[in-house]
Design a protein around this ligand. Structure first.
Ligand code: SF4
Ligand code: SF4
Length: 250
């Protein structure tokens, strides 16, 4: 086995709280999509949540009497079922209502997007699709981890990222796997004739979405024979990401 390149530095969170109090600045710059669209524009996007995370945080907020404003974020419109399908949610706020100075009050239950911070994507899939990953700047991510992005191949890149970002990198890989799974599933259901999504422009899909009934993507999966609860558990466990990174770095 080739030794991993030595990177002395490791990302260290100084607990400044900038990420938890500026959640709108973290996830702008979304690429134009052809089937899955965002409901708010870039500036209106809060903290992105997968459906099972939205459900969990909504429940905690209710128990604590907090107004968490958890609203749909991404959707597609299915012409066949004549309904909107909600793919993800967001915490529509400037500052996270679960943050107290110096402390995340839902730490053990915080969503993937927080667990992977300061990364906003892993970069692994760019290598898989023959593109060079782009260093993502966030509120605290100075140039310190940029050296990882000079790697020449996926194995070297994964090794450097694991070393520098530790578990945040694994969660970022898992998050990318979920995105990839959703895109593949939509393609599969479309090819099987189960759904017929509206293709861009967003305005067309959004107009229909606003006037129609809505279900969540997990409900759509349930209706088509998947065990949505089991799937969510698998995504939460990080097993797929560990195994992908393990296969790349061993
Ligand atoms: S992840 Fe970054 S922005 Fe968030 S508390 Fe840590 S150092 Fe601050
Ligand atoms: S859930 Fe926790 S880590 Fe995430 S933004 Fe809120 S306070 Fe910060």
């Amino acid at each position: 086995m080739m030794p991993l390149p030595v990177i002395q530095d490791k990302f260290e969170c100084c607990r400044c709280g900038a990420c938890c109090t500026n959640i709108r600045t973290l996830h702008q710059d979304a690429k134009e999509q052809r089937i899955i669209f965002r409901i708010p524009d870039n500036e209106g996007t809060g903290l992105p949540l997968w459906p099972w995370e939205a459900e969990r945080l909504r429940k905690i907020a209710e128990e604590r009497g907090i107004d968490a404003s958890i609203e749909p974020l991404q959707f597609f419109y299915d012409k066949k079922g004549k309904q909107g399908v909600i793919v993800s949610y967001h915490l529509n706020s400037n500052s996270c209502p679960f943050y107290k100075p110096g402390e995340c009050t839902v730490y053990g239950q915080r969503p993937h997007v927080c667990r992977m911070f300061p990364l906003i994507s892993s970069g692994i899939f760019e290598f898989r699709f023959g593109r060079q990953p782009r260093f993502a700047r966030t509120v605290c991510n100075s140039d310190s981890g940029a050296g990882c992005y000079e790697a020449g191949n996926a194995k070297d890149f994964a090794g450097r990222m694991r070393q520098y970002y530790d578990d945040s990198f694994i969660v970022a890989v898992q998050n990318d796997i979920i995105n990839y799974f959703i895109a593949s599933k939509i393609k599969e259901l479309t090819q099987e004739g189960v759904i017929d999504p509206v293709i861009a422009p967003r305005e067309l899909a959004l107009g229909r979405f606003e006037k129609s009934g809505k279900i969540s993507f997990m409900q759509l999966l349930e209706e088509n024979g998947e065990n949505a609860e089991e799937l969510a558990e698998t995504f939460k466990s990080l097993r797929d990401a560990e195994s992908l990174v393990g296969s790349l770095t061993s």
